[in-house]
Ligand binder design. Structure first.
Ligand SMILES: C[S@@+](CC[C@H](N)C(=O)[O-])C[C@H]1O[C@@H](n2cnc3c(N)ncnc32)[C@H](O)[C@@H]1O
Length: 421
């Protein structure tokens, strides 16, 4: 029987048994139909109003919590539910990690144990893209709300590191005499916060030096209409990467958002590289500015690194030069899928794609025949799809770790090593 998909249907009692990919609680009606309920967590017993059906699944609105889940907690942020930055603050840290672990377990299969690494949620973000909007004569600076182009208003953002939050707090007063709409990107390195600002001005901005002092940053670049200026540091080095390898990024470039999570990621990837055994040639795909590249650059090994971002390739080349390892590394700039022949002969692959995953690359694993594939993923659904492709080429998961790298959200980082059977 099709459930009436209108608000005229009577409310129902619903036991929430899982979490959907967007963080909604999931339960089943007595007739077996699945309902997604925003704001619900596994273990909740709720009264729910079914409000519609989208793409074949029912959507429910939470009317009342009859019995809260023992994993339900009070969100630490006043803007929770409004802000698009964190979507799982109402679930305990332990339950969130368990959820991610079970999700990865489904991807790699029950036969393989999945390790899990927790990350301190409060203040974990060392990188942020903040939005600047004018509301009722004053500026607000923060994350966008989940479903609009407006900025979520909160006195204190608990996800940002203390240094980034301090800049966010100073920003309205620093920007309000000349800016009415913009984007402020921040990244924290050992020397302090470096910023990048773009947007629309109503009058001439101060110099980058003056604005850096107002914001309390160690470097700032801006482009505001026809006004452009730069002062101080232009990039940061990641403190968790040891010399002689130095990984640099800019506020608008990529780096792992949490230093603690990246420390864990690097150590899990290092172990996977070690367990992959001896190799003379390796390929790294989606290399960025070299966050994992040093882990492959063993004496005697040749590495080819693929990355499309020109600035990141420049930073990677600089890291190799400064470490004296340029002769071991070849950088291929451009779309991974268009340059795959450069990976021929590589026994070990390391890849860290964005959310779309790496379908073309995994399809090419049949032809290029790597022995080990170490896959770092921030999107478990596309990892699952790519894992099935790799399995079709005889590459099966042998190690799997989940890292709670995007604390307070439905996202997590996974590292899976696939080996040829
Ligand atoms: C998730 S980041 C990982 C970067 C690096 N591994 C790190 O940990 O900092 C993904 C990287 O892939 C790059 N990228 C995305 N699509 C690409 C493509 N089709 N070809 C080459 N590089 C790509 C992005 O520029 C970005 O640097």
């Amino acid at each position: 029987m099709a459930y009436p998909s209108t608000t005229t249907a009577p409310p129902v009692d619903l036991q929430i048994t899982g979490l959907g990919g967007l963080g909604d609680g999931v339960g089943r009606l007595a007739d077996g139909q699945v309902v997604f309920v925003p704001g619900a967590v596994p273990g909740d017993h709720l009264q729910v109003q079914v409000v519609g059906k989208r793409q074949g699944v029912l959507r429910g609105q939470l009317l009342a919590i009859r019995q809260p889940s023992q994993d339900r907690v009070t969100p630490p942020c006043a803007a929770f539910g409004q802000c698009g930055g964190c979507d799982l603050q109402h679930l305990s840290d332990a339950a969130r990690l368990r959820h991610h672990q079970q999700h990865l377990q489904r991807v790699v299969g029950a036969a393989l144990a999945v390790d899990a690494v927790a990350v301190q949620a409060a203040g974990h973000r060392r990188r942020a893209r903040l939005h600047v909007r004018q509301t009722q004569g004053s500026l607000v600076v923060g994350m966008l709300t989940a479903r609009s182009d407006q900025v979520a208003q909160t006195e204190h953002c608990p996800a940002l590191s203390a240094a980034l939050e301090a800049v966010r707090q100073r920003a309205p007063a620093a920007l309000q005499d000349f800016l009415y709409l913009g984007e402020l990107s921040l990244v924290l390195g050992s020397a302090g916060v470096v910023a990048m600002l773009s947007g629309k001005v109503r009058s001439s901005p101060p110099t980058a030096r003056e604005l850096s002092a107002r914001l309390g940053v160690v470097g700032l670049r801006y482009r505001l209409g026809q006004h452009a200026d730069q002062w101080g540091e232009d990039d940061v080095a990641l403190p968790e990467v040891d010399a002689p390898w130095v990984v640099r990024t800019q506020p608008d470039g990529f780096c792992q958002a949490s230093e603690q999570a990246n420390r864990a990621l690097r150590s899990v990837v290092a172990a996977a590289v070690r367990d992959a055994g001896e190799f003379a040639r390796a390929a790294e795909f989606y290399a960025g500015s070299g966050n994992f590249t040093d882990l492959l650059l063993r004496p005697g090994a040749q590495v080819v690194a693929f990355e499309q971002d020109e600035a990141a390739c420049g930073q990677l080349a600089r890291a190799a030069r400064d470490a004296g390892w340029s002769d071991r590394l070849r950088i291929v700039q451009g779309d991974v899928a268009a340059q795959l022949s450069a990976a021929a002969g590589s026994e070990v692959w390391l890849l860290d794609p964005g959310r779309p995953g790496a379908p073309e690359l995994c399809a090419a694993a049949g032809r290029l025949a790597p022995r080990d594939v170490i896959y770092v993923s921030c999107a478990l659904d596309t990892l699952g799809r790519d894992a099935r492709t790799l399995a079709g080429h005889g590459l099966v998961p042998v190690q799997a770790t989940i890292i709670d790298g995007f604390a307070w959200t439905v996202h997590a980082e996974a590292v899976v090593r696939f080996a040829r059977q």
